[in-house]
Structures are given as structure tokens and as C-alpha cells.
Write a protein of this length. Sequence first.
Length: 69
Amino acid sequence: MTCTCISTVNRQLRIGGTQLKTMTALDEHGRNGVPRVLVRVEFTDSAGRRQQPITIATHCPFCGTKYED
């Protein structure tokens, strides 16, 4: 089963002029794979200025479907 949540949510967010932050990895043949949601990570200790890590979801945060590799 393929998840369509990113398209569905982006359609809903379009009204406000926004969209989900996603990334699309390349597959083993150099073609675009399935888009995945990027999860924003914030540090709880704001004392140090550090680059925020990029966290990529392995499962859809909306329906729980595991993204294809």
C-alpha cells in the first residue's frame, strides 16, 4: 500500500500558501524515490547555537505506513 498523505496534506495546506517540508532520496538507479516528510528537530537547551539535525521519517507521521526503501 502506498501512502498519499503528503499529497493530501499539501492540498489542504495550499489554501494558506504552505506545504510540508519533504525530501526525495534517489533510488539505486539514480531516479527519484518516494517523498518523505522531514521532521523539524529543536534543541531543548537553547544556550548553544548548533546546527539542527535533519530527521527524515521512516513511517508516515499521519497514517503510520512504512515508507518504501
